[in-house]
Design a protein around this ligand. Structure first.
Ligand code: SF4
Length: 480
């Protein structure tokens, strides 16, 4: 992890990782099946709403307004949570957030915590930080459990174990569950019902003994101090209600001005994420209530690069993301490479724009190029984030950061000079026609030498014609 978390240091750049992933037939088959299924379901349920486009526009407007007045809404949220009996902590980066959570757990005297799926805690590497302090974190979301048992990394925002099929999961449960608690039955099959039952029994033991839980948050309402988590299994609700202490780590961009704003997002989120009309479990809580749920509630508000992102007029729209993963499921690049190739907690199109902004473009310079710019992500996004626009913006930043000292940069500078001068352009066209025809076979240029092979490796380049259009025009039409 980098100092801000988010990216897995030592990961290869996207093109290198993608090249390896593309050779994994099993991975591609798993991804094609899973993303295709969710994609079709999303289209069906979105089409049921006559005002789908109006909802998207409303969500975009709410998120833009929140970003414009983020300082105001965060202070209001702190006041509301405090008034309701909770405690708010501010963390400027991953290290500070990890220190705050670790100290809060240590103060309880506990050595174990249960967790409900949270991207923010993955972003900051919380499990690793807790482990260093001798505290074990147990993931309770089924897919996160699979990732944890496999000592693996999540590869999808919503379905972190999307790269595994059910036979691989059965083998993992049989081999690893016993090391973390209740083992899987020896005769466990790969039937989904049996796998879910094995996970249920394994996790039930954790829920009944845990005194501390750590969660993320989908939204928090500034006016009421209400925090909200949506999930599909009910494991999250166990985490949120059974332990005595609940610690929620939330990115500062998740705040919404009012409780009534949820009306928009709770229609868009389930339809865009799992293709459901509503989430099976929607848990909300406001501070603490005696005799009902945790008696202690801490909300850690995480910056970790978000205010830097907010300062960029083009890039700030990325903060509107509600982590639905619709952009991943429609992305032709993600479907072929899977999430690990992005080398980040945030994969797919949203990862390609969010990660470089959170950690700095120099730390993730290949990610803005991990796209065909086809625009399917923009069409699918329920908050209307113009991902292609941000990708192009970040590509320019990557090039600027290299100060033009790349082969491409130098080639573009040279091309600029040639295109600026009719005399140089004519000479270059003549040279290209001669050189191109010498290299061509059957009208096509094969592999170009040196760094130029990056262009010809994946493209057919036609041989240049014997004469340019300008030469032809001069010969045939200029006298007319
Ligand atoms: S960018 Fe849009 S489509 Fe992608 S995860 Fe975020 S909200 Fe969903």
């Amino acid at each position: 992890m980098s100092s801000r978390g988010v990216v897995w240091l030592g990961s290869p750049s996207f093109p290198d990782a993608a090249r390896v992933a593309l050779k994994d037939d099993q991975l591609r088959a798993n991804l094609k099946r899973a993303t295709g299924t969710i994609r079709d379901k999303r289209l069906t349920v979105a089409a049921e709403l006559d005002d789908w486009e109006e909802l998207r526009t409303a969500a975009e407007a709410i998120k833009n307004r929140t970003a414009r007045h983020l300082d105001h809404y965060l202070v209001q949220l702190e006041e509301s949570v405090t008034a309701a009996g909770g405690t708010v902590h501010w963390a400027s980066d991953a290290a500070e957030a990890n220190r705050i959570v670790t100290e809060l757990v240590q103060a309880t005297g506990e050595r174990e915590v249960v967790k409900v799926k949270s991207m923010a805690t993955q972003e900051i590497g919380l499990n690793e930080a807790l482990a260093e302090a001798g505290i074990t974190a147990y993931e309770t979301d089924l897919a996160e459990l699979i990732v944890q048992l496999g000592d693996d990394r999540p590869s999808h925002i919503l379905v972190p174990a999307i790269h595994k099929n059910r036979t691989e999961i059965r083998d993992l449960f049989r081999a690893e569950m016993g090391h973390w608690g209740q083992p899987a039955p020896e005769d466990l099959t790969d039937e989904p019902r049996e796998l879910a039952e094995a996970a249920r029994r394994h996790l039930r033991q954790k829920f009944l003994t845990a005194k501390v839980a750590v969660s993320g948050a989908n939204f928090a309402c500034a006016d009421t101090g209400t925090v909200l988590v949506v999930e599909s299994e009910g494991n999250g609700r166990m985490c949120l209600t059974l332990p005595e202490t609940l610690i929620t780590v939330m990115g500062i961009e998740k705040v919404l001005p009012t409780w009534s704003d949820l009306e928009v997002f709770l229609q868009l989120l389930p339809r865009s994420s799992t293709g459901e009309r509503m989430n099976p479990y929607t848990s909300t809580w406001s501070g603490t209530t005696e005799g009902d749920g945790p008696s202690e509630f801490h909300l850690v508000l995480l910056d970790n690069g978000r205010t830097d992102t907010l300062a960029d007029p083009v890039g700030r729209q990325t903060l509107g993301c509600i982590r639905c993963s619709a952009c991943l499921n429609v992305c032709p690049v993600f479907e072929r490479t899977g999430g690990h190739a992005y080398g980040s907690v945030y994969p797919g199109p949203i990862g390609a724009v969010l990660t470089p902004q959170l950690v700095g473009v120099e730390q993730a310079a290949s990610l803005p190029f991990a796209s065909t710019l086809c625009g399917a992500c923009y069409d699918a996004c329920p908050v209307k984030i113009n991902i292609p626009e941000v990708l192009a913006h970040l590509r320019a930043k990557v090039v600027e950061a290299k100060d033009g000292h790349t082969v491409e940069g130098l080639a573009m500078k040279a091309a600029g000079k040639v295109l600026d001068s009719p005399r140089l352009l004519g000479a270059a066209q003549k040279a290209a026609a001669l050189g191109g025809r010498a290299l061509a076979r059957n009208g096509k240029i094969g592999r170009l030498p040196g760094p130029l092979h990056g262009w010809t490796d994946t493209r057919d380049t036609p041989a240049p014609p014997a004469e340019s259009f300008r030469t032809w025009w001069r010969k045939n039409r200029e006298s007319e």
